[in-house]
Design a binder for this molecule. Structure first.
Ligand code: PLP
Length: 431
């Protein structure tokens, strides 16, 4: 065991990990493009973009340089009563990218905090106007983060069982698979009719942690029409779907309408530094604008508006303006599509789906799909042995790589996937 692993095992507590049964962590010492370099000289393709954050690849020069330059100027400064150039540049450029009047950026640290802020904004929006709208509608299977508010609006499961008694009450509509769309709309309308709903929160068109579950933009168009009819605020959690993942810059770009509040993180800094943004429409900001101090959004974090993270995010915005950005996304989407056509009849597959750069394959198994399904470890180990870091969600394996991934690296992932599926055909767990 290397000294690094030895110390890790003594002193580190890893996320989402049962240390007793998990294997040793892979010691990664450097990374470039889509490749991670381990301490022992092995390389791994980062097939899931390091928890879906890394869009332009590791060690992207323009982002690295922007962070270094910023560090020479200003690392971090309090953001209440103070402002700084990179935060202002980021907020104004984000506003220009987003539709409607999504013009007000509130800064936080990550995806979960961006969601917390969105929930507080929407609840206080009504509170500030003396309106008794306090309920929230979320979707079955949702994942919005691991802080308490974010957990409250997420799927209740063994992930959050120990805390469930402390969550605030949230209502859930069903997941709108194609055959289930009409009942879902009826269900949502019945909730909205009560007049008590402050907000609807969704992961637009792809639910990430639920297993990259995809649903039709046309459904969301209909749902948003209902929300508008009953005066319910619409929150989009684009933390996973943002920054080109779905083939367009944001999932909202597939829709006829746009949300009132959007949460951004992950690829916001190209996946290099933690940063969350909750962007609100002007009318929401206006409901906090008052002579009464308590009508302000009394929320903040020590690292709100961190200048290094803002500089990285501005550099990300430069990169997405380059036509090469969407060319790379299109290249990956096209390759995924061809692979789906090639694989779709494979008997080890229960379901295969794709949206943009996200390819998801649900492996057929006897037990019900679950994060802890035994097949998950088989899949994970298989890819590791093939030099690919791919963390399945239970029996769902998915590929959402950095956009700089080379054709040969993608081909390597596809070939390994095919080998795995062929191997699983003879695995007892499928019989
Ligand atoms: C849709 C969505 N929302 C929120 C989060 C939480 O983000 P973070 O892990 O940065 O707190 C995630 C993380 O995977 C996510 O996929």
């Amino acid at each position: 065991m290397s000294q690094l692993i030895d110390l890790d095992q003594r002193y580190v507590w890893h996320p989402f990990t049962q240390a007793k049964t998990a294997g040793l962590p892979i010691p990664i010492v450097s990374a470039e493009g889509a490749l991670l370099q381990a301490e022992d000289g092995k390389t791994y393709i980062d097939a899931n973009s390091s928890w879906w954050v890394n869009t332009h690849g590791h060690g992207e020069e323009h982002i690295s340089q922007a962070i270094k330059d910023q560090l020479d100027q200003l690392g971090h400064v309090i953001f209440a009563g103070v402002t700084h150039p990179k935060a202002v540049e980021l907020a104004s450029r984000i506003s220009a990218l987003l539709p409607g009047t999504l013009n007000r950026s509130f800064f936080s640290d990550d995806g979960s905090t961006a969601v917390e802020v969105a929930l507080k904004m929407s609840l206080q929006y009504w509170f500030n106007q003396d309106q008794k709208k306090h309920r929230i509608l979320a979707m079955d299977g949702a994942y919005h983060g691991d802080t308490f508010g974010a957990m409250s609006v997420g799927q209740r499961s063994y992930f959050n069982k120990p805390f469930e008694h402390l969550f605030f009450q949230v209502d859930y509509m069903g997941f709108p698979s194609k055959e289930n769309e009409a009942p879902c709309l009826t269900e949502a309308e019945a909730y909205f009719k009560s007049g008590e709903f402050a907000a609807l929160i969704v992961e637009p068109i792809v639910q990430g942690s639920a297993g990259m579950r995809m649903y039709r933009p046309q459904f969301l168009d209909q749902l948003m029409i209902l929300a508008r009819k009953y005066d319910v605020l619409i929150i989009f959690d684009e933390i996973m779907t943002g920054w080109g993942r779905t083939g367009r810059l944001f999932a909202m770009n597939y829709l006829q309408d746009h949300p009132d509040i959007v949460c951004l993180s992950k690829g916001l800094t190209g996946g290099v530094l933690p940063l969350g943004l909750t962007v609100a429409s002007d009318f929401i900001y206006d409901a906090f604008w008052s002579d009464e101090k308590e009508k302000a959004l009394l929320h903040g974090h020590s690292f709100t508006g961190n200048a290094l993270a803002c500089a990285a995010a501005c550099a990300n915005l430069d990169l997405i303006e380059d036509p090469a950005f969407f060319e790379e996304i299109e290249r990956i989407a096209t390759a995924h599509y061809a692979f789906v056509q090639h694989l779709k009849e494979h008997e080890a597959i229960a379901h295969i789906r794709q949206t943009g750069t996200i390819l998801a394959i649900e492996v057929r198994q006897q037990e019900e799909s679950s994060y802890f399904s035994g097949i998950r470890d088989v899949i994970y180990e298989h890819f590791l042995n093939d030099g690919i870091l791919l963390r399945p969600l239970g029996n769902v394996l998915f590929v959402n790589p950095p956009y700089c991934i080379k054709d040969e690296e993608l081909a390597q992932i596809y070939a390994s996937t095919k080998r795995l599926l062929d191997r699983l055909l003879t695995d007892d767990r499928l019989q």
